[in-house]
Design a protein. Structure first.
Lengths: 323, 503
């Protein structure tokens, strides 16, 4: 009897120990501050959004360790991509992405294959709007096209680095309307908006969040939105579709991690962003700033990334043919 | 008056016991962070940012402002005592601060730096209070051509006024510019100068790595060699009498400090320019206008006061585009911007209208932070000076450790440590050949800004190079640059004619 008791006791202890270790494994938590690499410079749309995520995580205590945003915007995000690919297996670094996540490795051979990275979560899709300075005479898309044509190619369109989203949207515009603009690259969307207000460039395709402050101050005027439906904060701004032009473009806002991140860590971050996406603050923000919040994780997200990469490869090659 | 009412409300917030305590704590912490080579206001603000959730937003921004100011004061300490600029903004302080310390006048140099920082900070906060809104519009006038012209001006200040040997200065600027192109090109996204295919070069060469290598390690190697024969540092003492003497000295420098503050504030206010060119220009101007300009670079007290007023004034100035336009003028203000977003404040044109409590609370806290910083700083000077009295064998090892840790900490890459070693040896050799280090490190900081704005202008203007002189603001800057650049030539020509006359 005592033997059975002993055996039962040991197996019970074994079970307990086993249970304890598995809980530890499931409850993986960061052991030091987590670096949040941002693929863009300070003050732009990507940067502001990443910092907002950080603040919500901190306020709602979604992470036991602080999240430290680090800007690595050099070379259209190539700096950040290189950085992440040099940290395989690191459980304490995540990266906030934008569309240069696909376009930069497509355009430049920086020795980075995005298929190797670990997808975490897609938080939102950002929108694009065509902007002009509020002092200009341009009120409608027709005015705009006429003005660009009249300028004979010297129309200055400001945007982020060549080959990045803004330049793709610009290329789409050029193709659709048969116009020709001079594209001036800046280091961030915030810079672009300031230069448009200062009159150093003639138009931009800023994300709403980048231009909203100036719009509210009456300095910038939205002409048309590159969305299927009107953006709620600009109810009077028509979509390109309404005006008879099939131009829609999204900017994805997602998080990825280095390759070979431990599955427990992936689960931790996925859960963290899931909670974040359900938070009231994030819901309010997406409504105010005209973001589409469509949460996506895991294999679905990877499939989305690869599909988008294919689309952008086509876009880029048609852009190169055009120029 | 509306303004006075706003200020009174602001002071009511910033002078509460909790906030006063926060200011003193923040300033002291900032001072030490700034005094460490390798750490600066960016690191200080970054470390403290998450802690600010435990206090109300108005107290949080006061804490950050206090650290920001404290670190700006502290930056001068490492420049003067060790000759290692902890941040690019403090490079100009080494020109005269280091010679002063070597002459045993470290205490006086530190007093000069503290008082100058206080004056610069105060004048700029007053300008900020009075003119914040209208000045935001001037910042908007600055497009790529103006940015280029401004950086060019900062460079020519150097060539025309800085070193004794113009050729060597130009060679070092070119070397710095070449190093600044390492990494990925901003405009095209293509990699450039990736030596030996080392991935570490993709992110470029950071100022800190070059400064710590060339100044810190290079200086140690040089001192080890020279100190064999002669003792290098005269031990400095600091008494109340000296403090009084120092304050009296500073009283003569009102002109230098006023110019420094004005330049600092205006240049700092311009997006993307910041405190580094401001400190340089203030140094250059002080040298031109000073009666004993031949003493500059050999331990002139004006040479410490001018850049220190300017870099503190610039740190206030750079808050202006951040608050009014939502565009940070420096990495530190970018972090502050992040903090504001966290507290639900939207920087931009509407902030002054929608959140007056916050804005004026911040402005009034700048006054208190500045005041606290000068007091804490003066009180700590004996501690800093005491550090210099350590035996050289101990100090040398300590500084070397600080250099390596400070170089590794921000990026945590061994790549950077190897670079520091390399730059240290290179810097030592160049120093032996009498090449100045400052143009090298400043070219690295200003080079990318210059290249970017130059190319943006040419793209926007269809390759028309005359665009730089067709706009009034940039034309003015370029004209002043041309004068500065030609100044040594004129002096040389005058010297020739004079020597002919005497012959």
């Amino acid at each position: 009897m005592s033997y059975t008791f002993l055996r039962r006791f040991t197996s019970a202890t074994a079970a307990l120990v086993f249970a304890a270790t598995t809980t530890v494994a499931q409850d993986w938590q960061p052991e030091k501050p987590v670096e949040m690499v941002i693929m863009a410079g300070q003050g732009g749309g990507a940067d502001r959004l990443a910092r907002l995520f950080q603040s919500i995580i901190q306020k709602e205590k979604l992470s036991n360790m602080p999240i430290l945003p680090v800007n690595k915007g050099g070379g259209s995000g190539a700096e950040a991509l290189r950085y992440l690919s040099d940290k395989p297996g690191d459980n304490h670094v995540i990266m906030a992405t934008l569309n240069s996540y696909y376009t930069t490795p497509l355009r430049t051979d920086i020795g980075v294959n995005i298929e190797e990275f670990t997808p975490i979560a897609r938080m939102a899709l950002d929108t694009f709007v065509l902007w002009v300075n509020a002092d200009s005479d341009i009120q409608t898309l027709d005015d705009y096209v006429a003005a660009v044509k009249a300028s004979g190619g010297s129309w200055k369109m400001g945007g982020t680095g060549t080959g990045q989203e803004d330049s793709l949207v610009t290329a789409m515009l050029e193709k659709e309307f048969g116009i020709d603009v001079t594209y001036v690259p800046f280091s961030g969307g915030g810079d672009v908006a300031r230069n448009l207000v200062g009159g150093h460039i003639d138009s931009s395709v800023n994300n709403p969040s980048e231009a909203l402050g100036f719009y509210e101050a009456g300095k910038l005027r939205p002409i048309a939105a590159f969305t299927p439906d009107r953006i709620s904060v600009f109810p009077d701004t028509p979509t390109m579709g309404e005006l008879g032009h099939d131009l829609v473009y999204w900017m994805q806002r997602s998080f990825v991690a280095p390759k070979d991140m431990a599955p427990e860590a992936v689960a931790y971050y996925t859960d963290m962003f899931q909670k974040l996406s359900e938070s009231e603050e994030w819901q309010t923000y997406t409504a105010e700033k005209a973001l589409m919040s469509e949460f996506l994780t895991g294999d679905d997200l990877q499939a989305y990334f690869l599909e988008e990469r294919g689309k952008h490869a086509d876009l880029l090659s048609s852009m190169e043919e055009g120029s | 008056m509306e303004l006075i009412g706003h200020m009174m409300d602001g002071f009511a917030t910033s002078l509460s016991p909790l906030n006063l305590m926060i200011v003193v704590l923040g300033v002291t912490a900032g001072l030490f962070i700034g005094a460490m080579p390798g750490l600066g206001s960016v690191n200080g603000v970054a470390i403290v940012l998450p802690l600010t959730f435990i206090v109300p937003p108005s107290s949080a921004i006061i804490l950050l402002a206090a650290i920001y100011y404290g670190a700006m004061y502290g930056g001068a300490v490492s420049s003067i005592l060790l000759g290692i600029p902890g941040a690019s903004t403090a490079v100009a302080t080494t020109f005269d601060g280091r010679p002063m310390a070597q002459q045993g006048k470290a205490g006086l140099a530190l007093i000069a730096a503290a008082v100058a920082s206080f004056v610069g900070g105060t004048i700029s906060v007053i300008l900020f209070t009075l003119f914040a809104a209208p000045l935001a519009d001037i910042a908007l006038q600055f497009g790529p051509p103006e940015e280029f012209a401004l950086v060019l001006l900062a460079f020519t200040t150097f060539v025309g006024l800085g070193g004794d040997d113009v050729l060597k200065t130009i060679i070092m600027i070119c070397l710095g510019l070449a190093l600044s192109t390492v990494g990925l090109d901003l405009i095209s996204g293509q990699p450039r100068l990736i030596f030996f295919d080392q991935p570490g070069f993709y992110s470029g060469i950071s100022f800190l790595v070059l400064a710590i290598g060339a100044y810190g390690v290079g200086e140690i190697l040089y001192t080890i060699e020279t100190s064999k024969s002669a003792p290098q540092v005269t031990p400095a003492r600091l008494t109340f009498r000296e403090l009084g003497h120092g304050l009296k000295e500073m009283n003569r420098l009102w002109k230098t400090m006023s110019f420094g503050s004005l330049i600092g504030f205006f240049v700092g206010m311009l997006p993307a320019a910041g405190a580094t060119p401001a400190a340089l220009m203030a140094y250059g101007l002080a040298k031109v206008t000073s009666k004993n300009s031949d003493q500059f670079g050999k331990g002139a007290i004006e040479g410490v006061a001018a850049p220190e007023t300017a870099n503190n004034a610039a740190s206030t100035g750079s808050l202006l585009p951040m608050l009014t336009l939502g565009i940070p003028g420096s990495p530190t203000t970018a972090l502050l911007l992040g903090g504001m977003v966290m507290w639900g404040l939207v920087p931009g044109p509407m902030l002054f209208i929608e959140q007056p409590d916050f804005v004026w609370g911040l402005i009034s806290s700048l006054y208190t932070a500045n005041f606290a910083a000068v007091l804490v700083n003066l009180a700590l000077i004996p501690v800093f000076v005491w550090a210099l009295r350590m035996p050289f064998t101990v100090l040398c090892a300590l500084v070397l450790i600080l250099c390596i840790v400070g170089g590794y900490a921000p990026s945590q890459k061994m790549h950077d440590v190897w670079l520091i070693v390399g730059f240290g040896v290179g810097g030592y050799l160049l120093r032996k050949a009498d090449y100045p280090m400052a143009p090298l490190v400043l070219a690295l900081v200003l080079g990318p800004l210059m290249e970017k704005s130059f190319r943006q202008t040419l793209i926007a203007e269809q390759g028309n190079i005359l665009a730089f002189i067709e706009r009034p603001l940039s034309a003015t800057f370029i004209a002043i640059s041309a004068i500065f650049f030609l100044l040594p030539l004129l002096k040389y020509a005058r010297g020739l004619t004079r020597s002919k006359a005497t012959a």
